[in-house]
Ligand binder design. Sequence first.
Ligand code: AR6
Length: 192
Amino acid sequence: MTVVQILLLAVPGVFMSTEKTIGQTRLLLSKGDITQVECEAIANAANSRLAGGGGVDGAIHRAGGPEIMAECKKIGHCPTGEAVITTAGRLRAQKVIHTVGPIYKGRPEDARLLTNCYTNSLELAAKHNLKTVAFPSISTGVYGYPLDQAAPVALKAVKKAVLNHPDSFTEIRFVLFGAESYEAYVRALQIL
Ligand code: AR6
């Protein structure tokens, strides 16, 4: 290996793989806005009242229109770690899966609840025969989960769910908002 190659490998994100295949499922990391993604389902980082809010939740409701909130109101509540499904309104996706991440407190419970978000979201997607699913980085905004801890938890949970549902998904994509988030997931993917 040349000195130039060694230096490039040391720069995060350069020459590091941003996808992996698990069985028949492509696990992909991309940067961007999840409201613009063309997957069959997109996940939302919601709150337990399904009341809308800031961050990705606000962006999804703004882009998808009032139909999504109307269904959220009918459902009413979603406990932390659980997931519910609604229409995607005007979005390109067919469905939005709303899941409620834990508010980070630095306890082992956090990782268990964050794992449940991905597991339960993918259970719901499989049940509805939604084969391509996009996730934001749940809990790592307003809910304060450190990215370097959340990324490996998220990827491990998705890997396990894919192995449990070998025929259900063709593509699972993380749509990461900003370089810091993207790079944390790229690092976590290397050791998955
Ligand atoms: N596309 C993809 N990711 C995004 C987008 C977007 N358009 N916008 C933000 N992110 P957050 P949480 C990233 O705060 O931490 C809401 O008020 C963002 O950079 O949206 O689970 C809810 O109603 C971050 O990396 O969700 C809840 O009350 C990630 O999405 C609470 O926030 C998650 O940040 C949930 O907090």
